[in-house]
Design a protein around this ligand. Structure first.
Ligand code: PSU
Ligand code: MN
Length: 319
């Protein structure tokens, strides 16, 4: 009953074999499947992400929690089970709720923080997601605060500060106070790197309207920087940001305006806590008539592909 995290891992045979033989592996999270996207786009994107990792020459390991076990790699049935579980029955597991997730029966999906914990325990070094969580608008007061500060800052940021892992995303989610999110990451020692552009990628938009702290010209340079970061053993992760594919990107100003509108509506509706991010993503999908979902699915698959390429390069460097 009181097993360690390692004792609770159930590895898919393919992932187990890849770990034993030093093959490149990419962890994928499951909250974007259960809470981030509607059915059937969620299961389609989960499958397409795994295929993109394979296409790059790496092994995918989608991570979820079921009946007290942390599953490192989901087979087809498990992926379907998670994606089609009745809405509201899948628990959202982050660092603070990991013990609760492991104490209940049924499915829990892992957020960026919980996926990093599980992937690190398994020995995986590269992870792909859509957009990391961060400082919500109004968390700190100031011009974006509608009432008093909410202090709603994702546990993703704390995890990035304390778990050495390469996290590939399309930038912090656009629903956030992105500038404040970057400041927290800087304070906590987490490099944030844009690939192929000076501007920070803006999740469903190409640019967040802010210069990225660092940028590198291409994936090879991103992989080299990530290898150096991990080798220094600083303890923290590194965030590699690749822009959403141009053909489905929302215009920068549209993405920003919609995010602001949704944040105001969430405040008026009194939505807060772990429900806030899923609520905002769903509301933005409604407001944009599905355009945000098209961008979100494309960027997730693109991130998985790039993460696969980085994992392949890292596997050539002893870790
Ligand atoms: N990326 C997406 N969609 C998502 C998420 C990421 O494209 O739904 C999830 C991740 O699991 C991330 C979570 O950790 O949103 C952030 O939730 P919160 O703000 O409650 O920490
Ligand atoms: Mn939160």
């Amino acid at each position: 009953m009181t097993s360690s995290l390692r004792d609770r891992l159930t590895l898919l045979p393919e992932v187990d074999h890849a770990l034993a033989t030093g093959r490149p592996i990419v962890a994928l999270e499951s909250t974007l499947i259960s809470h981030g996207l509607p059915y059937p786009q969620n299961v389609e994107v989960a499958r397409a992400s795994e295929a993109a990792v394979r296409g790059a020459g790496a092994v995918p390991a989608t991570i979820g929690i079921r009946d007290g076990r942390v599953l490192i790699g989901l087979d087809d049935d498990a992926l379907d089970g998670l994606a089609t579980a009745p809405s509201g029955t899948v628990f959202k597991a982050a660092r603070p709720s990991l013990s609760a997730a492991l104490s209940r029966t049924g499915w829990s999906a892992t957020t960026v923080s919980a996926t990093m914990i599980a992937a690190h325990a398994a020995g995986i070094r590269v992870f792909a997601t859509g957009g990391i969580g961060g400082v919500h608008r109004g968390a700190l007061g100031g011009p974006d605060a509608i009432h008093r500060p909410t202090f709603d800052i994702s546990s993703d940021l704390e995890e990035l500060a304390r778990t050495p892992m390469v996290v590939v995303c399309a930038g912090p989610k656009g629903i956030l106070d992105v500038a404040a999110t970057l400041e927290v990451l800087e304070t906590r020692g987490v490099p944030v790197v844009a690939v192929g552009q000076a501007e920070l990628p803006g999740f469903t938009a190409r640019s967040a309207g802010i210069r990225a702290p660092w940028s590198v010209p291409d994936v090879a340079a991103a992989a080299a920087l990530a290898a150096t970061h991990l080798a220094l053993d600083l303890g923290s992760g590194i965030v590699i940001c690749v822009p959403v594919p141009a053909d489905v990107a929302l215009p920068d100003d549209v993405a920003r305006a919609v995010a602001e509108r949704a944040a105001h509506e969430a405040d008026e509706a009194g939505v807060h806590g772990p429900a806030l991010t899923p609520w905002l993503l769903a509301r933005i999908a409604e407001i944009t008539d599905g355009a945000s979902v098209r961008a979100n699915t494309a960027l997730i698959v693109n991130d998985a592909r790039i993460a696969g390429q980085i994992a392949v390069r890292l596997a050539q460097v002893p870790g």
